[in-house]
Design a protein around this ligand. Sequence first.
Ligand SMILES: [Zn+2]
Length: 180
Amino acid sequence: MRFALTLPEWLDALDAPPQGFASDEDAMRFAIDAAARNIDDGGGPFGALVLDARNRLVAIGVNRVIAAHASCLHAEMVALLRAQQRLGTHDLATCGPHTLVSTCAPCAMCLGAIPFSGVRTLVCGADGADAEAIGFDEGAKPPDWVASLVERGIEVRRDCLADEARALLLRYRDTGGRIY
Ligand SMILES: [Zn+2]
């Protein structure tokens, strides 16, 4: 059986700056815009990017859990899988330091996946509590989850455009999006 993920075609047509994002905020805004479009396309209110050492876009992911009938298709997982496929390695660290930018802090599944992916930095927008506040299940996550990543050599930067990322979650809820 051949395994294939069907992702929205517009995802690869998004126009990331070829010279790289100038700041965490610029990258986060790009992820938020993709997540907003994803909501309009039947997806969840989450977006994520994998960036290379010069902040150039390697891969983008959006949440397709419901649309693709796949519980693991969180935005972070989609971005990491696509970056690994694109670079031809299961370990992004072998291709230099990479950053994962996510519109929301990781759930228990994504938290577990991040160290295996080989990314060196995580940038988050909204907090897990924001996703839980509208009913999303973040799973059994240790309260000191940031420390658990730092211990494994992964830098964590939180609250990047947190208000805008939170607004996305609220917009999803208010437009009747399914919570899971
Ligand atoms: Zn997740």
